[in-house]
Design a protein around this ligand. Structure first.
Ligand code: PMP
Length: 361
């Protein structure tokens, strides 16, 4: 049987591991930070109707500039953004990949603050960009000074800031982003995949965009918007950033069906996001419940919780899985990550954790 190492693959891909979050389908899936609430029935019906119309025109290539979708995304984001400021792709992973293709590449360097989203180093590998992992403090926080010092030392072409950060949940204060931008010679990406879970009234990095043409704010419909299966990520930035990405994107990269489904969902943004408050409540129940069981919990502004002080994370993972509940091992010592579910799912998780602690002390 041919193995990967038998193939004339690029040297820098030899020995690399692909992205591999387990996709076990069990009763309670709290492992990949999805919105576990189903899409409301009337929104489903409207999406299906619009998909029907889109299928009728699918003999033609899609709108390569996805103008209707960009208008809808700009209206959703507000902040006086227009379609010129918006770009979209198949998930924010593809947004990040296109940014690395355009602004990274051989001889170029990207800086991030580990532990952070596991796709950043993989996307760097795929695009031949060097990945430099800076550190965080013991609570996974980053100060403006610490961040700026790293940027000055590494002089990266791209900085990727994840706020709130996956897998820790910790947000970045806007002064950290400003300090990084001021110190950075290149592009600064703020990955706000989980921004809708911010405490209400907390400002997004979108407020920093005016006058900062090297700043990019990346978002997704996969999380709060309950649309992970559709694959729609987007960014807001100076219009010149979109022009850079037009050089590397594949023509017609957003299918007619993707555009129609995303536009339909955005037309029902209030309903699609109606569960966000409940998810935040369930997240807070997880924080309180795990603390009461004696675990340390990181500060979180997202729909997930990183908890540590776990003596045997793999055992916890396995014993929960045996009960039909999947959470996530992140490779951070003595830590596990769990996504907030519906109220019953969250209760099942907390009850299973209490039973685990009762069994093992
Ligand atoms: N950024 C972060 C921080 C994430 O956690 C994820 C998904 N896990 C993504 C980007 C990618 O999401 P998608 O491609 O579904 O938009």
């Amino acid at each position: 049987m041919t193995s990967l190492s038998d193939l004339p693959i690029r040297d820098d891909l030899r020995g690399r591991e692909p992205y591999g979050a387990p996709q076990n389908h069990v009763r309670v899936e709290l492992n990949v930070n999805e919105n576990t609430h189903p899409i409301p029935d009337d929104v489903q019906a409207d999406i299906i109707a619009r998909l029907g119309a889109a299928v009728a025109g699918a003999n033609r290539y899609p709108d390569r500039e996805f103008v209707g979708l960009r208008d809808a995304l700009a209206a959703y984001l507000g902040h006086e953004l227009t379609r010129e400021n918006i770009w979209a792709a198949n998930g924010s992973n593809e947004i990040l990949q296109q940014l690395l293709q355009a602004f990274g590449g051989p001889g170029r360097r990207a800086l991030g603050f580990a532990p952070t989203y596991s796709m950043y180093p993989l996307l760097c590998t795929g695009t031949g960009t060097e990945w430099v992992a800076a550190d965080r403090d013991a609570d996974f926080e980053i100060s403006a000074r610490h961040a700026a010092e790293w940027v000055e030392r590494v002089r990266p072409d791209i900085v990727i800031l994840c706020s709130p950060n996956n897998p820790t949940g910790t947000p970045l204060a806007l002064d950290v982003i400003e300090a990084v931008y001021d110190a950075a010679p290149g592009i600064v990406i703020v990955d706000e995949a989980y921004a809708e879970f911010f405490p209400s009234g907390e400002p997004s990095a979108l407020t920093l965009l005016p006058g900062r043409e090297r700043l990019v704010v990346s978002r997704t419909m996969s999380k709060a918007f309950a649309f992970a299966g559709v694959r729609l990520g987007y960014l807001a930035a100076d219009p010149a950033i979109g022009d850079a990405l037009r050089l590397v994107r594949l023509p017609y990269h957003l299918s007619t069906l993707t555009q129609a489904a995303a536009e339909a969902a955005l037309a029902h943004a209030d309903e699609m996001l109606a569960m966000v408050d409940d998810i935040k409540r369930q997240r807070d129940r997880i924080v309180d419940g795990l603390r009461a069981l004696g675990y340390r919990v990181s500060r979180t502004w997202s729909n997930f919780v990183l908890f540590s002080g776990v003596d045997h994370p793999h055992e916890v993972f396995d014993e929960l899985l045996a009960e039909g509940i999947i959470i996530r091992e992140m490779g951070i010592p003595h830590s596990l990550r769990v996504s907030a579910g519906t109220e019953p799912e969250t209760t099942e998780f907390l009850d299973a954790m209490a039973r685990y602690v009762a069994r093992h002390g």
